[in-house]
Ligand binder design. Structure first.
Ligand SMILES: Cc1cc2nc3c(=O)[nH]c(=O)nc-3n(C[C@H](O)[C@H](O)[C@H](O)COP(=O)(O)OP(=O)(O)OC[C@H]3O[C@@H](n4cnc5c(N)ncnc54)[C@H](O)[C@@H]3O)c2cc1C
Length: 490
């Protein structure tokens, strides 16, 4: 009989691992505490509006193609994708708004218009970013389970060692003087969860993901990707169980024995947890945990978020699908997330209007949108604070665009630290896991395999490679490959 693998959680990393391991003949079951599958990428529908609850920027389309190709499929067999043009809008004030188009030539022209000579500099910066992307994402990422520092060492990375010794903020500021262009170039590394001054310059490959590969949108939202992965998993025999909260990991003689749900033990041979790593360790007796409370307390966490999902009964005419409101001080807000954690005085925010691209996500004549304010983890979170920030954002939006958000709301739901904790068992209410800083990269991140419990593995945004949907998909493959190697199945 084939071995029984259980997977905790149904986020992208769990789904990815489930697909790879079931394809190799393992008997795989996924257990999710929530009613809906997909983890932080769940979706909900209300009053005719469809809301993606988490990811909305579909970047690095090559990672998704590569995943489905491993199962003999193309993305186009599974869901419809549209490349956005403009990719997004950056709002600096009422009269200064930059539209980032879907091709590098237009972006070079835009840069040149705002800083003489910056167009050429951008071209050479992008060459470097592409080179780093080809090296990091296309070649190295899939071969780096984070087991040894040597994974990072090859002739090409040695030649680029200087890019690990400086940060992306310095690198950008050395080349570009205009503060708006600087902010636009620093935006992509926010996906890695840390501030640009704390992110190695090598990670400028995210700029290639942005300007080079573009921003895409699945027809029915990001949840299309979840559904496609569940379809592939089911075709390979994976079983899915919702409303199944794992209360305890059972261990016998130093090896995984099973999981407990509602005080009932279910036996398995191998266990992977795609739930937040810090939470998973709490499911074990103290002596079998690898990392102390102090370890987790002293990590650099990616931000949490205050989100408002909104249904509006009037179209918004002068904005795009993705809109970044950079009309306040970028560095100050970053400090209020990382260095001096507190509710930001004057937050940057992101406004997503999905119905701009796919109208069926809102009733006719209506708009489906959400607002995201990045905030530090573990802040006090209550209704009054949320309302205060809604007022701030609505006021700013009105003064810049003339659109009176409050007048047109027909649906409103907020989501913040408390829900991140209760829905996902998220440490401090983090949204995107552990940041990718120099000291939290590759082998320096929490391990894919437990050093204390045999046959216990981890996947997801707190381990390798890091935060974001494409890394989560890769994480599932890395853990699957490690299991296949350890079980002698390759
Ligand atoms: C608001 C927001 C916006 C984002 N925007 C983007 C974006 O635009 N682009 C992008 O690429 N990425 C984005 N991300 C990040 C991306 O969504 C995540 O990195 C990715 O989805 C994480 O996948 P994962 O596999 O690590 O786990 P998760 O999605 O966190 O899944 C873990 C699962 O484990 C379950 N679980 C926890 N404890 C238990 C238990 N005891 N028993 C059973 N199940 C349990 C949870 O319920 C959850 O379903 C965003 C995230 C958020 C929150």
């Amino acid at each position: 009989m084939s071995k029984q693998i259980f997977i905790i959680g149904s986020g992208f990393s769990s789904l990815s691992a489930a697909c790879y391991l079931s394809k190799k003949g393992y008997n795989v079951s996924v257990f999710e505490k929530n009613k809906n599958f997909g983890g932080r990428a769940r979706q909900f529908e209300s009053d005719g509006f469809t809301f993606d609850m988490g990811p909305s920027w579909y970047w690095m389309p090559d990672v998704f193609e590569r995943f489905f190709d491993d199962f003999g499929k193309k993305v186009s067999d599974l869901y419809e994708l549209k490349k956005l043009n403009p990719a997004y809008r950056v709002v600096f004030d009422k009269n200064s708004q930059f539209e980032i188009e879907d091709n590098i030539n237009s972006i070079v022209k835009l840069f040149e218009k705002h800083e003489k000579g910056s167009g050429k500099k951008l071209e050479s910066f992008m060459k470097e970013a592409k080179d780093n992307y080809d090296l990091a994402v296309t070649n190295m990422l899939y071969k780096m389970p984070g087991l040894s520092p040597l994974e990072l060492v090859n002739s090409k990375t040695i030649a680029k060692a200087n890019l690990f010794l400086t940060n992306i903020k310095k690198q950008i500021e050395k080349r570009f003087k205009n503060h708006k262009l600087r902010s636009i170039l620093q935006f992509p590394v926010l996906f890695l969860g840390a501030k640009p001054s704390n992110t190695p310059a090598f990670y400028n490959f995210m700029n290639y993901a942005d300007f080079g590969l573009g921003t895409w949108q699945p027809k029915n939202g990001f949840y299309d990707v979840v559904k496609a992965m569940i379809k592939v998993a089911k075709e390979n025999g994976v079983k899915f169980y919702n409303n199944s909260n794992i209360e305890k990991i059972e261990v016998q003689n130093g090896q995984v024995y099973g999981i407990s749900i509602n005080n009932k033990i279910h036996k398995c041979d191998i266990l992977i947890s795609g739930a937040d790593y810090a939470h998973t360790e709490k499911l074990l007796p103290k002596e079998l945990r690898q990392y102390s409370d102090k370890y987790w307390d002293t990590r650099t966490w990616s931000p949490s978020s205050l989100l408002f999902y909104l249904g509006l009964n009037k179209k918004i005419s002068n904005l795009n699908h993705h809109n970044l409101f950079f009309d306040t001080d970028f560095d100050k807000h970053a400090d209020e997330i990382y260095s001096n954690p507190k509710w930001p005085e004057s937050p940057l925010f992101y406004l997503n209007i999905t119905s701009k691209t796919f109208k069926h996500t809102a009733p006719k004549g209506h708009e489906n949108c959400f607002i995201l304010i990045p905030i530090a983890t573990d802040l006090e979170d209550n209704e009054d604070i949320r309302n205060k920030y809604f007022e701030i954002v609505a006021k700013r939006l009105f003064s810049i665009t003339g659109y009176d958000l409050k007048k047109h709301i027909v649906f409103k739901k907020s989501y913040c630290i408390e829900e991140f904790k209760s829905d996902y068992n998220s440490y401090g209410g983090n949204a995107y896991g552990l940041a990718n800083t120099l000291t939290q990269t590759a082998f320096l991140r929490p391990n894919l395999k437990s050093k204390k419990v045999k046959k216990l593995y981890f996947s997801g945004q707190l381990t390798v490679p890091g935060p974001g949907v494409p890394p989560a998909v890769v994480s599932g493959k890395l853990v699957a490959d490690l299991i296949l190697k350890n079980e002698g199945s390759v």
